[in-house]
Design a protein around this ligand. Sequence first.
Ligand code: NI
Length: 174
Amino acid sequence: MSIKEIITVPDPILKKISSPIEKINVNEKKLIKDLKDTMYDANGIGLAAIQIGIPKRIVIVDVSKKDEKRNLHCLINPKIKKFSDVRSTYEEGCLSIPNTFIQIERPKEIEIEYINENGKKNTMQCSGLLSTCIQHEVQHCDGILIIDYLSKLKKDLIIKKISKEISNNNKIIV
Ligand code: NI
């Protein structure tokens, strides 16, 4: 098990644009394993490599319910090829933005092209929660966060609140 620390706002690394993977070697395999361990430990349904500080285009998602079998998708160099006109709305949270939920409307269905863990090119159609989750994670690879959907004022307030919570966490009285 290798659980990594999940980076939270306002760390500027989250705004970085991740680079494509050229080849899946030992480092990439280790990174995928770290992402899995970290996401499941945090009870998340998606995680991008940049959230553990690695600016590479790898995301993992698993939207299965607690009582269902795990269903992990590992998407390397994900590229969304088609977006439906029909849209859906979810209340989205993000492991990098603690205690914050934002209603976001996105295309309901997408077609995504990616390379899987074994280096094979794949295409997947998805809708609903899986589609939303993948869109959210792919945006992490481009430095886009759910708070970027808000006005600057609201965004600044959330960042301020989280920064305060983080600094309070480090204070101790002995
Ligand atoms: Ni997120």
